[in-house]
Design a protein around this ligand. Structure first.
Ligand code: NAI
Ligand code: AKB
Length: 381
């Protein structure tokens, strides 16, 4: 089965390795232009640079071997599909602590990896000759508040393990951060790359910890640590228990029932991004030449909207959509987060550009969620 993200690139030049948001012809042209040089770099200078920082200095050719932790979550599965398209099926090792479906297991290598088990991770890195780790395992903002001790272990101890491993074996390490690493004392509109960060969730605290530790290991030990602060990521895969998840749920409920009860107020503005932009930003950042990176942690975003603005756009496809609002504890979290994210440093330093705007995002989600909802319905006899 082709992934949703990969399906989204149909129509782009075959050489283009990354998914893009389906939209106007002009944005497809831009995607093709931007991606073609990146694809050609894979066999060239940039590719060799990957390997020169990797575990074995004698490997001067071939794609990087990439371990993704927490790869059965909302971002991990699509990231694995994306990177397998770029580097080949066997170059990407998916891992998690839950059992993969048969379909996922058949797509490429999948192994058990608990990020709390340092020796187990060490064995994986050595046995599979890992070059990059993309560390996705985490408890997100809302579920983190439900189980703080577990969030501390997974989000903080887990980062200690992968960071130490990356240092020992000279791996390139990506750890995502989030708009949730900011708090009520941060400027919210816009929120710059460097500003006050006093988050009020264990999720946010753990992400600030990861950012600072990664920067420290970079400066102290030369670790190739890379971190993007993502906004709410929207895809048709089930989200993992965050505050921005309402935006995904709205599509499902609109297309299933025409009604949606939102747990945030209608005017709650939050930064957001379609998964195709998220995956591409990560890959472009991971392959950016070191001399372009003036920082190790960058904000990235695509848009900001409120629940009522999203509902307004969605009514172009579901005119009868009724949305009611019943704010719960997630409102408090959202009220402390950025409303508009300033990602100008990522744009200036390594050329970040989003491709998917609100209307394109809604069009894509309506198609994908619509197809899923259709499959849920029992077939007519
Ligand atoms: N989805 C979003 O909107 C955003 C996500 N991020 C970050 O991106 C990363 C991935 O996010 P999602 O895919 O949405 O999360 P998710 O909640 O969907 O997936 C997280 C995965 O971590 C795994 N996991 C939990 N405990 C583990 C352990 N002990 N060992 C190994 N794996 C374990 C879970 O089984 C799950 O598959 C997270 O670090 C998150 O903070 C950042 C900003 C936005
Ligand atoms: C923005 C995030 O980090 C995540 N989606 C959450 O809401 O917790």
């Amino acid at each position: 089965m082709l992934s949703r993200a990969v399906r989204a690139v149909r129509g782009l030049a075959a050489a283009a390795p990354a998914p893009s948001c389906p939209g106007e012809a002009s944005s497809r042209m831009t995607a093709t232009r931007r991606l073609a040089p990146a694809a050609s770099e894979l066999g060239g200078e940039q590719h060799r640079r990957h390997r020169s920082t990797a575990s074995s200095p004698t490997d001067s050719q071939g794609p990087p071997k990439i371990l993704i932790t927490g790869s059965l979550g909302q971002l991990g599965l699509e990231m694995a599909r994306f990177l397998r398209r770029v580097y080949g099926q066997d170059s990407v090792l998916m891992s998690d602590i839950i059992k993969a479906s048969r379909d996922v297991a058949e797509e490429g290598p999948y192994i058990f990896a608990d990020i709390l088990d340092f020796k187990g991770l060490q064995e994986i890195v050595v046995t599979h000759r890992v070059d990059w780790i993309i560390h996705f395992s985490a408890l997100l903002s809302a579920v983190g508040e439900q189980n703080v001790p577990l969030a501390v272990r997974v989000n903080i101890e887990g980062v200690h393990n992968v960071i130490e491993l990356a240092k020992q074996y000279k791996l390139r390490l990506f750890v995502p951060s989030t708009i949730g690493s900011f708090g009520p004392d941060s400027p919210r509109n816009p929120t710059p790359n460097v500003t006050v960060q006093r988050p009020r969730t264990i999720y946010g605290v753990s992400k600030v910890h990861a950012e600072l530790l990664g920067e420290y290991y970079h400066h102290r030990f030369g670790l190739d640590f890379r971190c993007l602060r993502f906004p709410g990521v929207i895809s048709s895969d089930p989200p993992g228990g965050g505050t921005t998840d309402y935006a995904v749920f709205m599509f499902y409920e609109a297309l299933r029932t025409g009604r949606f009860e939102c747990y945030l107020r209608p005017d709650t503005r939050l930064p957001m991004m379609h998964i195709s932009d998220c995956l591409r930003s990560l890959w472009e950042f991971m392959t950016a030449p070191t001399d372009r990176l003036h920082r190790r942690v960058y904000n990235v975003t695509a848009m900001s909207f409120t629940p009522e603005e999203l509902a307004g756009e969605l009514r172009k496809y579901v005119p009868e959509l009724e949305v009611t609002y019943r704010p719960d504890s997630r409102q408090l979290i959202a009220d402390s987060w950025p409303q508009v994210f300033d990602d100008s440093e990522a744009r200036a330093d390594w050329g970040w550009r989003h491709q998917c705007n609100l209307s394109q995002l809604v069009e894509t989600m309506v198609q994908e969620v619509g197809a899923q909802v259709k499959r849920e319905k029992p077939a007519d006899n």
